[in-house]
Design a binder for this molecule. Structure first.
Ligand code: CAA
Length: 383
């Protein structure tokens, strides 16, 4: 594994850092008040970030997967909200079409997603099917040249804002579990697609998360992705790489917590000297920094495997598990180092604390990451 970014990746990182500092940071207050960052997404589209890994032939920037991970990492240091919107759009919102779509589907949707004209969303989770994704109940029954979808989805990131939704539904209700699940591309104005309640979340206030329901929603049969019954694998394969994006988002939060806490500790004087010089605080910062470096290695190792077309399911889960734990722990310690100030909205660590928690939950809880990792460990051991 190469520990150096290429010149192109370094240039891209610098560009994203400047963009995050100059454009995203001033918009954080708006997002905290619940504003969806449309102007930011428009500028990100102009920079090519919305289709960063999409091949040029489909209107993307044609960069490698590691560059995408660098972008999510750098953006999330400034705004985890923008980080998750981009991660969901560019990975699980776009890649199922890019990797499993027909040429017609790719030509129709991918250039619009890559240019940022369209925003993507991914609809797997249901009220009764969260960690146990294969128990989903939404049905898609073939009727002539359409499928008729009925059911509901919850916790849909980018829902209500997205132009295309990758929807998972059961085309064969007789089959149980992961069998009989299919994936569809659903356009936003499809009759029967009902945008439900906006969740009032602990954090990520500028990102929209909604409930959706499908009421006799007719989807053209040509919008089926792959074959009937391919849906669960399409979801899992795309979640493998989606999880590296969430790991990078977590890494961004963890690193931001470390940076804010370090700067504060160097300036805050108590007992006649900066608190950074008090061992209790200095050791906290040392642990936070060590965990950031360990998370970075796991995240970029998983990205390297994915970028080079190698299996990365186990490594993606390890990266997400560790990086999200580090994000949460570092945010807790950062608030502690800031003391009373850290508990107020006047300082950024309060937001990091609220934003970090969901990284241990979405795109598979930490318990599900452990399940995936352990399944990989048992392979080849007679199981
Ligand atoms: N790649 C390819 N195929 C895979 C796979 C992978 N990573 N994982 C599983 N499969 C295949 C299996 O090989 C198996 O195929 P066969 O039947 O042909 O053998 C089939 O899928 C079923 O696999 P399992 O028996 O392992 O399935 P399971 O029911 O035990 O579930 C699970 C596995 C890992 C627990 C899965 O349900 C899971 O990932 N749950 C978490 C769901 C999740 O992450 N949700 C996130 C929602 S999206 C989101 O949060 C986005 C957002 O808005 C931020």
């Amino acid at each position: 594994m190469n520990f150096h970014f290429t010149e192109e990746q370094q240039m891209m990182r610098q560009m994203v850092r400047e963009f995050a500092a100059n454009e995203i940071a001033p918009f954080v207050e708006h997002m905290e008040r619940g504003e969806f960052p449309r102007p930011i997404l428009k500028k990100m589209a102009e920079l090519g970030l919305m289709g960063i890994t999409v091949p040029e032939q489909y209107g993307g920037a044609g960069m490698d997967f590691t560059s995408y991970i660098i972008a999510i990492h750098e953006i999330s240091k400034v705004s985890a909200t923008v980080g998750v919107i981009l991660s969901v759009h560019a990975s699980v919102g776009t890649n199922p079409i890019l990797y499993f779509g027909t040429e017609e589907q790719k030509q129709k949707y991918v250039p619009k997603l890559a240019s940022g004209e369209y925003l993507g969303a991914f609809c797997l989770t249901e009220p009764g099917a969260g960690s146990d994704a294969a128990s989903l109940k939404t049905t898609a029954i073939r009727d002539g040249d359409h499928y008729v979808l009925n059911g509901s989805k919850v916790f849909i990131t980018n829902g209500g804002e997205a132009d295309t939704y990758i929807v998972f539904a059961r085309t064969n209700p007789e089959e149980k579990g992961s069998k009989g699940v299919s994936a569809f591309i659903v356009e936003k104005h499809t009759p029967g697609l009902v945008i439900g309640k906006d969740e009032k979340k602990m954090g990520l206030h500028g990102s929209r998360t909604v409930q959706l329901s499908f009421e006799d929603m007719r989807v053209p049969a040509e919008n089926l992705l792959g074959q009937e019954g391919d849906g669960f694998k399409i979801a899992m394969v795309n979640l493998d790489s989606g999880r590296i994006g969430i790991a990078a988002q977590s890494l961004g939060i963890a690193e931001a917590a470390l940076e804010h806490a370090t700067n504060y500790a160097k300036e805050r004087i108590q007992f006649g000297k900066p608190i950074a010089e008090q061992q209790g605080v200095a050791f906290k910062l040392a642990d936070m920094a060590t965990n950031v470096e360990a998370a970075k290695l796991l995240v970029y190792r998983a990205a390297f495997l994915r970028a080079n077309g190698m299996p990365c399911g186990k490594e993606a889960s390890m990266a997400k598990l560790f990086a999200s734990k580090t994000a949460m722990e570092n945010a807790i310690e950062a608030v502690q180092i800031f003391g009373g100030n850290g508990y107020t909205e006047d300082y950024p660590v309060e937001r990091l604390f609220r934003d970090a928690k969901v990284c241990e939950i979405y795109e598979g809880t930490s318990e599900i990451q452990r399940l995936v990792i352990s399944k990989h460990l048992f392979r080849g051991m007679g199981k």
